[in-house]
Design a protein around this ligand. Sequence first.
Ligand code: TXA
Ligand code: MG
Length: 361
Amino acid sequence: MRIDVAGRRVMTEVVQVDPERPSQEDIARAAECLRRGGLVAFPTETVYGLGVHALDRAALRRLFESKGRPTNDPLIVHVAALDRVAPLVVDPPEHAAPLAARFWPGPLTLVMRRAPAVPLEVTAGLESVAVRVPAHPVARALLLAASLPVAAPSANLFSRPSPTRASHVLDDLNGRIDMVVDGGPTQMGVESTVLDLTVDPPAVLRPGAISVEMLRTVVPSVRLATVRVVPDGAEPAASPGLLILHYAPRAPVMLYQGEPAAVRRAWIGAAHKAEAAGMRVGVLATTEDVPLLTGVPVVIAELGSEHDVDAIAARLYAALRDLDAAQVDMILARDVSRVDGLWRAVRDRLHRAAKRVTVID
Ligand code: TXA
Ligand code: MG
């Protein structure tokens, strides 16, 4: 809960907008709040972001405080259009223009050399800056109206799953931020792809909604950064800002690798054992799993069909939050073996949320 100078409680204002056609009045109010240094959560096509005037150092400090985010984790700067990127970067690399032309507006973040105008608070002291032009009509309208570069991390408390609905933002940040622009659930559900263009060949630092295969249609040399995801989160990040244990619900996530039927048998065994020990167990299940878990003592969060990666990505964070809300003590989940398309991003997020990976053979 924030307290203002007069000692009053400061509540977070929620503004409901039409996700396709937000009212200009509502957008103008949110834009004004940003211009005055306020913290405004808004929907993007990936997850909700917590926006702040990217050139306002005091506002940036409030942002890190409100999220409990370590200041060594750099922020993405969001702008309304490609022509707003130039003041933020120096020497844009040759691949930037064709990638921007193909994927912006959209869920691709490009890391380039920082212009002196970008505060080091935004970049966590790095000489590079991450930039993206989001595609969501509400984000676009807000960025246009504010006419500012807007630094926006995902609008969750640090290390909690990213928010895909306004209610998730409020669960984490009610009273800590000024406003939430509620444009309904976000479409993609996993964060943007982060591509480092300061190295050659360019390296994917975070897999996301734009797949490696899609990037390679424009820049064939794109490679994956070698970030080792360590389940127990013990090792330091291989690249600045890429923290290992992330996106995690409160309950530990146990990932199982193996054939679907074998994984289900392992889940059922684990569930009965946990029940005997007085624990509540949650399962991240596919639609195909659900009928096979009848009578098993578990709380089920259904992701969608095992054949529908878009649905699974869109539901993943909400499902983790639903299981937390159901107060489970442990979450059983299935690892993803595929790495094509969006599967890579889903796999990455599962591993970052996981406490332990068990291989069933
Ligand atoms: O989809 C998204 O990207 C969402 C929406 C709100 O746009 N934003 C988001 O922001 O996921 P955040 O703060 O949760 O993740 C940003 C990540 C950092 O953790 C870091 O890994 C990377 O982007 N990043 C930012 N600036 C960087 C830089 N200069 N060099 C390397 N990585 C950077
Ligand atoms: Mg985040």
